[in-house]
Design a binder for this molecule. Structure first.
Ligand code: GDP
Length: 440
C-alpha cells in the first residue's frame, strides 16, 4: 500500500533524521521533497502546498531547530498533519434506524457490489445485525446476478425484482421486505455508469429522496487518483453523502485519493477495501493510515485482524489435540485458511513496523500456501491424521497427486513434525525445553 509515497517520504525525512545540525535551509529542502512526494502520489497541488505550509508553521511554532531530536519531532508533525488531512478521528456508520438504510453510490466498477457484500458480511459478524441486500441495478441483469452470488457466499438474503425497471420502486419494496421480515439493516446497491452523467445522478437522487437512508456512502476506486476526488465532488453536490468508501487499496495505489478526498468534500473515509474477498474490509483509521504511509507499520490493525479470525472454541479444541498428540494435517490446513482470511500476505507484512520497507521489493505471492495445500489435499484422511504412516511409496503418490516433488513432500513433513513438537512444548510452558528443541 502506497509503497512509492512511503519510500519518498522516508527519503525526504531521512535527511533530517541523519543530520547533526538542522537548519532552516534543510527543513525547507525536506518540505520541498515532501511536497514533491505528495504530488507524485497524485495529491492535489493546492492540498500538497497547504500541507507543507502547515507542517512548516508547526515546526517553527514548536522550535524544532532547538529541540533535542529535531528529526523525530519533524516526523511527528508530518504524521499528525497527515492524520488530520485524512480526517482526524475515526467515524463509524450511522445504523440508528430500524431498519437502518444504507445507500451505495458510485461509478460502475468502483466496487459497489463487492463492498455491499463486504459490509453485509461485516455487520452480520457483529451478531446484532441482520442485513438484507437489495439489487437496484436495473440495467445490467448480470449485476443482479453478481449480488446474488455475493449474497450466497456470505449467507445474506438478496432482494431483487428482475422484470422491474424502476429502481426507486425496487428500493422501496426492498425496505418493505426488510420491515416485514425482521431485517435491521438494508444495504441498497445501485447502478453506476462509467462516468458521471445526468441520468445516473437523477436516478440516485430519486432513490435517495424516496427511501431517506440513514447513511449514504460513496464508493470510489482509489486507483483513479485525482479522478476519484473529482467524482466524489460531483456525487457530493447531488447527494450530500455521509462517507466515502475507498476500494482497491491493496493494489498499486499511489495514495492521492486517500489523502485528498476528505479535504475536498469534507466527508470522512469510513471504510477501505483491500481485496476482492468478502473479508477484505477495514475500518478507516486516519492515524493508523498515516503510520503506514510513514513506514511505521500498523500493529494494532494486525492484532485486530488476528482477533477477528480467532475462535475461542476452535482454539480450545486445538489445544486438546496438541496435548494428546493428535494435531494433524487437517488442523494445519484450518490454520492456513485462517491466516489467509486475514488478508493478502504483502498487506499483512506491511503492517509490521519496518518490515514493509524491507520487503517491498520482494514479490510475495498470495498463493504462498498453494503448494502446501495441494500436498495436504493429496493425502488420504488417514495420512492427514497420522502422518507417521507416510512411507516412501505414499510420498511418491502424494507428490504426483499434488503436482509437487517427493522432496517438497519431505520438507513439509519435516516442518510439520518440528511445528508439532514446538507447539507441544509451548503448551507445556517449558521455555527451556522449547529452546532445546530448537537447537535439535
Ligand atoms: P460495481 O460496478 O461498482 O458494483 O463494482 P464491482 O463490485 O463489480 O467491482 C468491480 C471490480 O473490482 C470487481 O472485479 C471486483 O472484484 C473488484 N474489486 C472491488 N473491490 C476491490 C478491492 O478492494 N480490491 C481489489 N483488488 N479489487 C476489488
Amino acid at each position: 500500500m502506497f509503497n512509492n509515497l512511503s519510500d519518498k517520504l522516508d527519503k525526504a525525512l531521512h535527511v533530517l533524521k541523519g543530520h547533526g545540525s538542522i537548519t532552516e535551509v534543510n527543513v525547507a529542502e525536506t518540505l520541498k521533497e515532501v511536497r514533491r512526494a505528495l504530488l507524485d502520489a497524485d495529491v492535489n497541488f493546492k492540498i500538497a502546498k497547504e500541507f507543507t505550509n502547515k507542517v512548516k508553521e508547526k515546526a517553527l511554532g514548536q522550535n524544532v531547530l532547538t529541540t533535542l531530536q529535531p528529526g523525530q519531532l519533524m516526523v511527528k508533525i508530518v504524521k499528525d498533519e497527515l492524520t488530520e488531512l485524512m480526517g482526524g478521528d475515526v467515524e463509524g456508520i450511522n445504523l440508528s434506524g430500524n431498519p437502518s438504510i444504507v445507500l451505495m453510490s458510485g461509478l460502475q466498477g468502483s466496487g459497489k457490489t463487492t463492498f455491499s457484500g463486504k459490509l453485509a458480511n461485516y455487520l452480520k459478524n457483529k451478531k446484532t445485525k441482520k442485513p438484507l441486500l437489495v439489487a437496484c441495478d436495473v440495467y445490467r441483469p448480470a449485476a443482479i446476478d453478481q449480488l446474488h452470488v455475493v449474497g450466497d457466499q456470505i449467507n445474506v438474503e438478496v432482494f431483487s425484482d428482475k422484470g422491474n425497471n424502476d429502481p426507486v420502486a425496487i428500493a422501496q419494496a426492498g425496505v418493505a421486505h426488510a420491515k416485514a421480515n425482521g431485517f435491521n439493516v438494508v444495504i441498497i446497491d445501485t447502478a453506476g455508469r462509467l462516468a458521471v452523467d445526468e441520468a445516473m445522478m437523477t436516478e440516485i437522487s430519486n432513490i435517495h429522496k424516496a427511501i431517506e437512508p440513514q447513511e449514504t456512502l460513496f464508493v470510489v476506486d482509489s486507483m483513479t487518483g485525482q479522478d476519484a476526488v473529482n467524482t466524489a465532488k460531483a456525487f457530493n453536490d447531488i447527494l450530500n453523502f455521509d462517507g466515502v468508501i475507498l476500494t482497491k487499496l491493496d493494489g498499486d495505489t499511489r495514495g492521492g485519493a486517500a489523502i485528498s478526498i476528505k479535504s475536498v468534500v469534507n466527508k470522512p473515509i469510513k471504510f477501505i477495501g483491500t481485496g476482492e474477498k468478502m473479508e477484505a474490509i477495514d475500518v478507516f483509521y486516519p492515524s493508523r493510515m498515516a503510520d503506514r504511509i510513514l513506514g511505521m507499520g500498523d500493529v494494532v490493525s494486525l492484532v485486530e485482524r488476528a482477533q477477528e479470525q480467532f475462535d475461542e472454541e476452535e482454539a480450545r479444541k486445538l489445544q486438546k489435540k496438541i496435548a494428546k498428540n493428535q494435531f494433524g494435517f487437517d488442523d494445519f490446513l484450518k490454520q492456513i485458511q485462517q491466516i489467509k482470511k486475514m488478508g493478502n500476505m504483502k498487506d499483512l507484512i506491511g503492517m509490521i513496523p519496518g518490515a514493509g520497507k524491507m520487503m517491498k521489493d520482494i514479490d510475495i505471492d498470495d498463493d504462498a500456501f498453494k503448494g502446501i495445500e495441494a500436498i495436504i489435499h493429496s493425502m488420504t484422511p488417514a495420512e492427514r491424521s497420522n502422518p507417521s504412516i507416510i512411507n516412501s511409496s505414499r510420498k511418491k503418490r502424494i507428490g504426483k497427486g499434488s503436482g509437487t516433488s517427493v522432496q517438497e513432500v519431505n520438507q513439509l513433513l519435516k516442518q510439520f513434525t518440528q511445528m508439532s513438537k514446538m507447539m507441544k512444548m509451548m503448551q507445556g510452558g517449558g521455555g527451556k525445553r522449547m529452546m532445546q528443541a530448537m537447537k535439535n
